[in-house]
Design a protein around this ligand. Structure first.
Ligand code: NDP
Length: 331
């Protein structure tokens, strides 16, 4: 089957400027952490990428070790890219990362220049790309001097292997420091990738203030708390869900009755708003003006179709926000 993207693909997606930069990101981006690995069905992965692009999702997010096995999500992406997306390269923002465990020995983890540069070279090969649009340091590393990690990011931009750089999971203070060093080297810190959802609002305690002041974009990962903020677990744990599958980072024990009580209450608000719980959860993260894009995951084409309907109702009344705060016991 030859893939021909829909002509209508830019009709309904909203694009938002990424901090103070020239780049706009779709307000919904797709991550390939799960369901694009070597043990997943290639045709399903391919169908999801087609659907995403047809709906205006121009940003695909990867990392060196997404799979399993490590590297296989990049290989899957590379296979599909070569077949279906090569001629649309300039319509895509592709990101990858290094910072977590990738290969054996002392040079396949953390934040050294050796690791970051070698890892990006490997990622480019797996994906069949000449460059990525964004390269991230995936997590802070307390043992490597921050100057070394940031100068590796600066070098990577200058070498042309990434157009922009970002950081992930850095706290507010670490972000200030990283930004200061990159600025002094003359490279812009484009974007931060933290987790953010109704269960975990840590970025509101200092990080978003730094990002706003410094003009750094913010793409939030796991906005659905890995699928908990949906109707999926209201009647048990389906065997084809992330919590029901083996080898994922969402354990059955994380689906607590306390969380399900909250989701049930949230469902009443979602129904009143004529939305799915997932749409409400995405609308809620996008309601934070610091957030550039919600970085979702998906296991089925229909989930992506469901999420993009969020644009039918993005706004919340004061009463709705207060009610949500009270359900999640937010101060
Ligand atoms: P989400 O919180 O969006 O969870 C995705 C899961 O939610 C899906 O796999 C699916 O679960 C479920 N889901 C999605 N849409 C719907 C829907 N409409 N209805 C019902 N269920 C739905 O995000 P992820 O945790 O997957 O993270 C997203 C991306 O963020 C990753 O792919 C990765 O790119 C990035 N990330 C970055 C990290 C970092 O350290 N920088 C860490 C983690 C993620 P199911 O599979 O059960 O069907």
């Amino acid at each position: 089957m030859i893939y021909i993207p829909l002509q209508t693909r830019y009709n309904s997606m909203k694009y938002k400027r990424c901090g103070r930069s020239g780049i706009k990101l779709p307000q919904i981006s797709l991550g390939l952490w799960h369901n694009f690995g070597g043990f997943d069905t290639l045709e399903n992965s391919r169908a999801m990428l087609h659907k995403a692009f047809d709906l205006g999702i121009t940003h695909f997010d990867l990392a060196n070790n997404y799979g399993p096995p490590y590297g296989s999500a990049e290989e899957t992406f590379g296979n599909i890219f070569k077949k279906d997306f090569k001629q649309y390269r300039d319509e895509l923002i592709v990101s990858t990362k290094a910072g977590w465990d990738m290969w054996a020995g002392p040079y396949g983890n953390f934040g050294s220049r050796k690791y970051l540069v070698a890892s990006l070279n490997q990622s480019l090969k797996r994906m069949g790309l000449e460059y990525v649009d964004i390269f991230y340091h995936h997590r802070p590393d307390s043992e490597t001097p921050l100057e070394e990690t940031m100068s590796a990011l600066d070098y990577i931009v200058r070498s042309g292997k990434a157009l922009y750089v970002g950081i992930s999971q850095y706290n507010a203070m670490q972000t200030v420091e990283a930004n200061k060093i990159l600025k002094s080297l003359g490279t812009k810190l484009l974007i931060h990738q933290p987790n953010y959802n109704l269960f975990d609002r840590w970025i509101e305690d200092g990080l978003t203030k730094v990002l706003d002041e410094e003009g750094i974009g913010c793409i939030v990962f796991s906005p659905l708390a890995q699928g908990i903020l949906t109707n999926k677990y209201l009647n048990g744990i389906p065997s084809d869900s992330r919590a029901g599958k083996k080898g994922t980072y969402l354990k059955k024990e994380s689906i607590t009755s306390d969380k399900l009580n909250k989701i049930n209450k949230l469902n009443e608000i979602a129904q009143y708003r004529n939305q799915s719980i997932a749409q409400l959860a995405i609308a809620w993260v996008l309601n934070n003006s610091s957030v550039t894009s919600a970085l979702i995951g998906a296991s089925k084409v229909e989930q992506i179709e469901d999420i993009v309907k969020v644009f039918d109702n993005l706004n919340f009344s004061e009463d709705e926000l207060n009610l949500i705060n009270s359900i999640f016991a937010y101060k």
